[in-house]
Write a protein that binds this ligand. Structure first.
Ligand SMILES: [Mn+2]
Length: 325
């Protein structure tokens, strides 16, 4: 459903008449999750409506440059909310512990751009053709002529920039660029967002080196994968956040259509991230292992050790490859 004027009107009506709003999104929040939460929080602040952003866990430090980052909390003492706005979320389980707080909310409003795999909430605005949740929000603000401050513009812009992989994946379109341009006109700082979100933490360099030293290319050069065992995180004092972006780099190798990274973030738990070039689909492979995501970027967590998990996943990916050739 692409929100039209009626839906935008209803969305703003619900927001403007709320008294105390819980704003939330998925666990391991990304740029789009926090961008949509922070933008909405600033909007509600602007019209004097009490609101809190509560997420299962804090986003990675690489996003901490964004104004409003310090609004994000991981719990709340508030006993009841008359409205909860859930963003960028297709499955209630991905709320993590915040799921428990939904019982304290009278009305649940969902804004998202995933193909939903679970229907919940009292009113849903889901545009699965949109490149980002912040795009959906921006379009509704535009239709209702809501004035966008530079802080709101920045928060909205980060969602579009990160969900389009810096305007490089298939979410990039004339429409997403036009909305990004509009947000720049409202004070969004594209240069800062692209620079900061592409920065790699110094601690992460050992992980990059390890990942490149151990990468494998198979399936006639179409599949590239690598792994980071728990021991490397442990010996370098790093965590998963320091390894962000490595899987995207693998996809830059010429001829590679699918990239996978296996991260043993805790002993016995392997986080798998998939990426693929336009026209291919990694969400269906992630789904097989109980994960999810978008066609071009997906992930899952599998219990087991690297030696067992890696061949299983690569095998499934190979099957997919055969069926799409
Ligand atoms: Mn998103």
């Amino acid at each position: 459903m692409i929100p039209d004027k009626n839906i935008s009107k209803k969305f703003l009506y619900i927001l403007n008449n709320a008294k105390n709003v819980l704003i939330t999104s998925h666990l391991n929040p990304d740029g789009d999750a926090i961008g949509s939460c922070i933008a909405l929080s600033y909007y509600l602040d602007g019209i004097g409506i009490k609101n809190e952003i509560v997420l299962n866990n804090l986003p990675s430090d690489s996003l901490s440059f964004l104004n409003g980052f310090d609004k994000i909390k991981t719990d709340t003492d508030t006993k009841s909310f008359d409205l909860c706005v859930v963003m960028d979320l297709s499955n209630r389980a991905r709320l993590g512990k915040v799921s428990n707080y939904l019982d304290r909310c009278e009305y649940i409003l969902l804004v998202d751009h995933h193909v939903p795999d679970e229907v919940f909430g009292d009113f849903r605005i889901i545009d699965s053709s949109a490149p980002a949740t912040t795009y959906v929000l921006t379009r509704m603000f535009q239709m209702e002529r809501v004035s966008i401050t530079p802080q709101i513009a920045n928060a909205l812009l980060i969602g579009i920039v990160t969900d389009t992989s810096h305007f490089r994946n298939q979410n990039t379109s004339a429409a997403s660029l036009a909305v990004a341009a509009y947000l720049m006109e409202q004070g969004g700082d594209l240069l800062e967002i692209t620079t900061k979100t592409l920065e790699r933490p110094k601690e992460g360099i050992t992980l990059v080196t390890y990942a490149y030293n151990n990468l494998k290319i198979c399936s006639h050069g179409k599949v590239c994968w690598t792994s980071l065992p728990f021991s490397i995180f442990e010996s370098t004092g790093t965590d998963e956040s320091h390894s962000e972006g490595i899987v995207n780099d693998l996809l830059n190798i010429s001829g590679v259509e699918y990239a996978v990274i296996f991260k043993e973030t805790n002993p016995g738990f392997i986080r798998v991230s998939f990426r693929c070039v336009p026209g291919k689909d990694v969400a269906k492979v992630a789904n097989i292992f109980g994960g999810g995501g978008h066609v071009a970027a997906a992930g899952c967590t599998i219990e087991g050790n690297l030696d067992d998990v890696m061949p299983k996943v690569i095998n499934e990916l190979d099957k997919c490859l055969e069926s799409t050739v």
